[in-house]
Design a protein around this ligand. Structure first.
Ligand code: AMP
Ligand code: ZN
Length: 495
C-alpha cells in the first residue's frame, strides 16, 4: 500500500487517516435503494461513487465486506403511504412483485455501469426478527416508548442523556427543544416532533405487516439499516455511506438507534456523496427534473442533443469529486464524452508502443512520478478528478510516442510496463471503466479477431476442411455475425 488513506469523515467534519478496526479488513455499509420505481441517475451516481471507493479499497489490498441493503418496507412517503405499497397499488402487482421487478432493474443498471456487486445485499423484510429485537433493547434501555401499538424513539431523552443526537447532522438540542408540540399536528402519538417511529401499528387494510410484542405492524425505515449493519458487520464497523440527503434524519436516527440499543456508535467513518443536479437543480423524480438512464443512453429527451454511452456518463461523473455536486448538462456531457474517447484511444495505442531505451529512459521517471501522484490523489479522500488529470498526462506521453514528438529511445521496457500497469489499474480496476469500442464492430480488437477467424475459415475451405469452416459459420451465425464474401475478400457485420 502506498502512503496512508485519508478520508473525509462527516461525523468529525474533517479528513482523517483511515484506520480499520481489524488491520487489512474493511466493513462497509451503504444505504441501498428503495425499490418501488426505476432507479434514477442520481441514485446511480451515489452507487457508482461507492463502487469506486470499494474498488479502491480492494485494489489497496483490503479484504472488504461491502453490505448494501435493499429497502422493501417502511420507507414512507410524506403522505404516510409506504412507497412499495404505492408502487403495488399503481401497477396492480403484489408488493413483492414490485420489489423484485425494481431490484432486477437496479441490478441490470448497476451492471450497465460496470459496478461490482456488494458482498451481501440484505432486504429489510428478511430481517424483521432482528429489527423487533432491536426495538426491544431500545425500549429496555429507556430510549423509546409505546403508544397504541406503535413504538417511538425518544429523541429528547436520548439527546439529554447521551449528548449524541445531532452529532452527524449538526442539529443541536436547543433546536430540538424549540420545536413545539404544536408542530405535531396529526402525529399526536409522539411526545415530541423529532421523535420517530421504530415500529408502526398497521391499519387493517395494510398488506405488509408482521406480528410483534406491540402490534401487528411494520418496522420504521431507519431501523433496517441499524439492524442489518449490526448483523453483518458488528456493533461497530469501519465505513457507513450514503447520499448526503440521508444525513438527516436517516443516518442521525440510525446512530441514535444503535447507541440506544447497544451503547455503541455504529460506524467510525461516515462518508457522504453529493447530489447529481440537472441544469443546476437537484435531480429528483418528484420535481420532474429528471432524465432516466435509458433516455440519456438513447438521447430521447429534451435535455440532451444526443445519446451518451454508459461509460462516457460514468467518466463524466468521475471528473467530479464525490463530495462535489455534478451538474448534468449537455455541454458537460459532450466534454466528458470527448475525454472518455481520448482516454480509451490512448489505451488502444498504448498496446502498440515500442520501448527502445537500454537502461532507464527519460520518460520512465516521469511515468513513475505520475503513478505515485495518482495514488496520492486517491489517498487524499478519493480525489478522482486529480487522479484523472495524471492519467491525461500519461495520455500525452502515449500520444507523443505514437506521433513521433517523443522518442521510444527514451522509454525502457520497464517504463512501458509501468505505463501500462498504471493505466490498467486506474482505468479498468479502480474507476471500473470499459472500452465501449470493444463491443463495437469498428473495434480494433474485434477487427483483429475477426480477421484471424476469416483467415482460418479461408484456409479450412482451401484444404476442404468442411468441419472447421461449417463450425465457424454456425458459431458466428449464433452470435449474429454475418460474413460476406466479395472479390476483395470477406467482410463481416453484426446484425
Ligand atoms: P433512495 O432509493 O431514494 O433511498 O436513494 C438511494 C440513494 O440515492 C441514497 O443514497 C440517496 O442519497 C441517493 N440519491 C438520491 N437522489 C440523488 C441525487 N440526485 N444525486 C445523488 N444521489 C442521490
Ligand atoms: Zn440506510
Amino acid at each position: 500500500m502506498i502512503d496512508t488513506l485519508k478520508l473525509y469523515n462527516s461525523l468529525k467534519r474533517e479528513k482523517e487517516e483511515f484506520k480499520p478496526i481489524h488491520e487489512g479488513f474493511v466493513g462497509m455499509y451503504v444505504c441501498g435503494p428503495t425499490v418501488y420505481n426505476d432507479v434514477h441517475l442520481g441514485n446511480c451516481r451515489t452507487f457508482m461513487s461507492f463502487d469506486m471507493i470499494y474498488r479502491y479499497l480492494l485494489h489497496q489490498g483490503y479484504k472488504v465486506r461491502y453490505v448494501r441493503n435493499i429497502t422493501d418496507v417502511g420507507h414512507l412517503l410524506d403522505d404516510g403511504e409506504d412507497r412499495i405499497l404505492k408502487g403495488a397499488r399503481l401497477e396492480q402487482l403484489e408488493p413483492m412483485e414490485v420489489v423484485q421487478k425494481y431490484t432486477n432493474g437496479f441490478h441490470d443498471m448497476m451492471d450497465v455501469f460496470n459496478t461490482l456487486r456488494p458482498s451481501i445485499e440484505p432486504r429489510a423484510t428478511q430481517h424483521i426478527i432482528e429489527q423487533i429485537e432491536m426495538v426491544e433493547s431500545i425500549l429496555k434501555n429507556g430510549f423509546a416508548y409505546e403508544k397504541n401499538g406503535s413504538v417511538y424513539f425518544d429523541t429528547m431523552k436520548f439527546a439529554k442523556e447521551t449528548n449524541k443526537y445531532g452529532e452527524l447532522s449538526g442539529r443541536i438540542i436547543e433546536d430540538l427543544m424549540s420545536e413545539s408540540r404544536d408542530d405535531l399536528k396529526n402525529q399526536s402519538e409522539k411526545n415530541h416532533p423529532s421523535d420517530f417511529a421504530i415500529w408502526m401499528k398497521a391499519a387493517p387494510e395494510h398488506i405488509m405487516k408482521w406480528s410483534s410484542p406491540w402490534s401487528v405492524g411494520f418496522p420504521g425505515w431507519h431501523l433496517e439499516c441499524s439492524a442489518m449493519s449490526t448483523k453483518y458487520l458488528g456493533e461497530t464497523f469501519d465505513i457507513h455511506g450514503g447520499g448526503n440527503d440521508l444525513k438527516f434524519p436517516h443516518h442521525e436516527n440510525e446512530i441514535a438507534q444503535n447507541v440506544g440499543s447497544c451503547g455503541c456508535s455504529p460506524a467510525n467513518y461516515w462518508l457522504h456523496t453529493n447530489m447529481l443536479l440537472m441544469n443546476g437543480k437537484k435531480m429528483s423524480k418528484s420535481d420532474g427534473n429528471t432524465i432516466s438512464p435509458e433516455q440519456l443512453f438513447s438521447g430521447d429527451s429534451p435535455h440532451v442533443s444526443k445519446g451518451y454511452s454508459p461509460m462516457a456518463i460514468k467518466f463524466f461523473m468521475l471528473m467530479a469529486h464525490y463530495r462535489s455536486t455534478v451538474d448534468l448538462t449537455d455541454d458537460a456531457l459532450l466534454a466528458g464524452e470527448k475525454g472518455y474517447k481520448k482516454l480509451m484511444e490512448a489505451g488502444r495505442s498504448m498496446n502498440h508502443l515500442k520501448a527502445e531505451a537500454q537502461g532507464p529512459g527519460k520518460l520512465d521517471a516521469q511515468i513513475e512520478g505520475l503513478r505515485k501522484q495518482a495514488f496520492e490523489d486517491m489517498n487524499d479522500d478519493f480525489n478522482t478528478p486529480k487522479a484523472l488529470s495524471r492519467l491525461f498526462e500519461m495520455v500525452s506521453i502515449i500520444n507523443g510516442l505514437k506521433g513521433g514528438q517523443l522518442s521510444s529511445q527514451d522509454l525502457s521496457l520497464a517504463g512501458l510496463e509501468a505505463l501500462k500497469k498504471t493505466y490498467n489499474d486506474f482505468v479498468f480496476e479502480i474507476f471500473g471503466l470499459k472500452d465501449d469500442m470493444v463491443n463495437n464492430d469498428q473495434s480494433e480488437y474485434m477487427n483483429g479477431l475477426m480477421n484471424l477467424i476469416i483467415d482460418i475459415r479461408q484456409t479450412a475451405r482451401e484444404t476442404k476442411d468442411w468441419g472447421t469452416s461449417d463450425k465457424i459459420r454456425d458459431v458466428l451465425k449464433a452470435l449474429d455475425i454475418q460474413l460476406k464474401d466479395g472479390k476483395d475478400g470477406t467482410d463481416w457485420t453484426i446484425n
